[in-house]
Design a protein. Structure first.
Length: 196
C-alpha cells in the first residue's frame, strides 16, 4: 500500500483540496494534526478541543483554497498553525481567559485579545502586499513570488525568465522590490489618509 505513504507538497495539498481529492484530504488531516494538538494541549486545551480546532482549521483552509485568488504566502504548516492558534485564542477570549501561551519559540504571558489584534494587523498587511504585488505586474510579481514564496534559486529564476545569469536576475529582483515598496507604501499612505 505505497499510496498511503505518499508525500504531498504544499501546492499538491491545495490542488487536492480544490479538486476534492479524498486521499489528499486524509493525508492533510494526518500530517499536521500533532502540531495543533501539541499547541492546544500546552495551552489549557484537551484532546477533544484540539480535534475540534483542527477540524475548523481544515475547513478554513478548504474554503480559502476554493477562492481562485488564494495562494499560500508561507509554508502550509505555518498557515495551519496560525489559523489553529487564532481559532483557539478566539475560543479562550470568549471564555474570558488570559493565557500563558507556550510555543516552541517563546513563552510570553499575553492577553489573547492582543494576539488576535496583532494577527488581524498582519493579515491586513499581507492582503495589502498581495494587492501591491498584483499592481506591480509581470514579470516582477511572479519573480518576487518565485524567490520568496516558492524559494527558487537565482539561477533557476534566471533560466525561467531568460536572464543571462543569476546576477542579472538578482538586479531585476532588486528593481522589482524597489517598485513593490513604492506601491506598498503609497497604498499605506492612501489608506492612512482615508482613515484620518
Amino acid at each position: 500500500m505505497a499510496a498511503t505513504k505518499m508525500q504531498f507538497s504544499d501546492d499538491q495539498f491545495i490542488a487536492g483540496l480544490r479538486s476534492g481529492d479524498g486521499e489528499v484530504l486524509n493525508a492533510l488531516y494526518k500530517k499536521y494534526y500533532n502540531i495543533v494538538l501539541k499547541f492546544i494541549v500546552n495551552n489549557s486545551g484537551s484532546d477533544e478541543a484540539a480535534q475540534d480546532i483542527y477540524q475548523e482549521t481544515i475547513i478554513v483552509l478548504y474554503e480559502n483554497a476554493q477562492k481562485p485568488e488564494f495562494s499560500l504566502q508561507c509554508q502550509l504548516q505555518t498557515y495551519i498553525y496560525s489559523v489553529a492558534k487564532r481559532l483557539w485564542l478566539k475560543q479562550l477570549r470568549k471564555s474570558g481567559k488570559l493565557v500563558l501561551l507556550k510555543e516552541d519559540s517563546e513563552n510570553d504571558f499575553m492577553d489573547a485579545e492582543t494576539d488576535i489584534a496583532d494577527h488581524d494587523l498582519k493579515e491586513a498587511e499581507i492582503q495589502k502586499m498581495n494587492r501591491s504585488l498584483e499592481e506591480l505586474g509581470e514579470p516582477c510579481s511572479t519573480l518576487i513570488k518565485d524567490f520568496y514564496v516558492h524559494k527558487m534559486s537565482m539561477d533557476d529564476i534566471a533560466e525561467k525568465f531568460g536572464y543571462t545569469n543569476a546576477d542579472n536576475a538578482k538586479n531585476q529582483k532588486y528593481k522589482c522590490l524597489q517598485r513593490l515598496k513604492k506601491y506598498f507604501f503609497e497604498k499605506t499612505n492612501v489608506e492612512t489618509s482615508i482613515i484620518e
